[in-house]
Design a protein around this ligand. Structure first.
Ligand SMILES: *Cc1c(COP(=O)(O)O)cnc(C)c1O
Length: 438
């Protein structure tokens, strides 16, 4: 890479505090499911910028709606005025999100500020001072959202909200060897009767699929049963749909795979289609518990809100949840077929267009160096994918919801080739060493 390459320029000026790099990716343009580097080379983006570009890049109808919003610019904030796009977006979110009668919507910029607003309002609204979440949970990167998270990358975070983290239901590495999750539920109940009294807990923060913690999909019925336990103690359930919601799993909401309706639903990433936007839908007792309490100047701005409305309209109009189900099934079966028999591939799991490939050594030991080499090689071959997990060993796929079946198969072929190359030691460690990921 030359000294004045885009990557070198970025290295010279942009802060490392907000970098999580897996290879020296340079992007100057995007179109559909592809991003392009300065030489015009296209890459199939199976991450979609961590799921943010739900409609792919430069979707023409999305561009038109955002452009229109900017031309008429209805203010820049909802803090001190009623604004049309923010109000219409809130109405739409209430319409599409199952839940009780008396609810409100809070609009923000990111999954982090949304989870933080919930975490801060909880003790005020409920008078309870403990919170539950799962080990490995990633609910954001601000102080208040890190306080309810338990991802290893955030070991430095202060947690003054009385957080107790329990293991996530992981069928590949089951708690007490019980893949049904029953032993884990019994453990949680014992906790609520013992060290962490249920009547002191305001809420349980739940990722319906734990993404950054390793792309873990709970066993069927687990979330429904967890919801029942929480209800017994008056513990509110907060479903963090930031990465896996809004069509990605093949249903509009990831929680709809279970006969369970959370009390509070949090949206982000794909809701803005690449623009900063998040939302909380929850009881007015929580979201109206104070005024001027959790706000930032451009919250509810008409550009982001219009982007969100466009995303929701296009997902509905073009049947993108259904597309996620069919393209995701193709991607999953192609990966399983092409990676069959490779002992380093411990597990391949997915639901719609959220998938994980877990790479392991002896006795399921996480294989982070192999995973790092595999995503690096995939990038060299023209596919963008990153990895997640407490063991840094799960390749995560969250492509745009417009991914076609042909793109799914092409992507699977390249990933299989990349993993084979990594396993055969054909990826130069000197190249991958500077990209430790997380
Ligand atoms: C990414 C993520 C967040 C944080 O969203 P940001 O937009 O990065 O603030 C919260 N929860 C989950 C499940 C996420 O994947």
């Amino acid at each position: 890479m030359s000294g004045n390459s885009l990557y070198a320029r970025d290295s010279a000026v942009n802060s490392g505090l907000q970098k999580l790099r897996f290879f020296p990716q340079e992007v100057v343009r995007g179109q559909g499911c592809r991003v392009y580097d300065p030489e015009g080379r296209g890459y199939l983006d199976l991450s979609a910028s961590w799921g943010a570009t739900s409609l792919g890049y430069a979707h023409p109808d999305f561009v038109a709606r955002v452009h229109e919003a900017l031309l008429g610019q209805a203010g820049a904030s909802m803090l001190s005025s009623a604004v049309l796009p923010a109000t219409a977006l809130a109405e739409k979110l209430l319409e599409i999100t199952p839940g009780g009668e008396d609810r409100r919507v809070w609009l923000g910029h990111s999954g982090s500020d949304a989870n933080e607003a919930v975490a801060r309002a909880l003790p005020v609204a409920t008078g309870r001072h403990r919170v539950l979440s799962f080990a490995g949970a990633y609910h954001g990167g601000t102080q208040g959202s890190m306080a309810v998270s338990a991802h290893p990358v955030q070991s430095h975070a202060a947690r003054d909200c009385g957080l107790v983290a329990v293991p996530y239901p992981d069928p590949y590495r089951p708690f007490e060897g019980d893949p049904t999750g029953a032993a884990l539920l019994a453990h949680i109940e014992a906790l609520l009767e013992g060290d962490c009294p249920g009547d002191e807990v305001s809420a349980f923060f739940i990722e319906p699929i734990q993404s950054d913690g390793g792309l873990l999909i709970p066993p069927p019925g687990f979330l429904k049963r967890l919801g029942e336990i929480c209800a017994r103690y008056g513990i509110l359930t907060v479903c963090d749909e930031v990465k896996v919601g809004l069509g990605r799993t093949g249903k509009l909401h990831a929680f709809q795979f279970e006969d369970w309706t959370p009390d509070i639903t949090v949206f982000g990433k794909g809701l803005g289609g690449g623009l900063p936007l998040s939302a909380v839908v929850g009881p007015s007792a929580l979201l109206d518990c104070a005024t001027a309490f959790a706000m930032q100047t451009t919250h509810g701005n008409p550009i982001s809100a219009s982007a969100g409305l466009a995303v929701l309209d296009i997902i509905e109009r073009d049947g993108l949840a259904e597309n996620a189900a069919t393209s995701g099934a193709k991607l999953l079966s192609a990966l399983r077929e092409k990676l069959a028999g490779n002992p380093a591939v411990g597990d391949i799991r997915g639901r719609g267009l959220v998938l994980g490939i877990e790479l392991v050594g002896e006795d399921k030991a996480p294989a982070p160096a192999l995973t790092r080499a595999a995503v690096y090689r995939a990038w060299e071959l023209g596919v963008v994918a990153y990895y997640v997990g407490a063991g840094s060993n799960v390749i995560e796929l969250t492509p745009p919801l417009i991914l076609t079946g042909a793109q799914a198969e092409a992507g699977a072929a390249i990933l299989a080739e990349a993993i084979a190359d990594a396993c055969a030691g054909r990826v130069d460690e000197a190249l991958t060493a500077p990209f430790a990921g997380w």
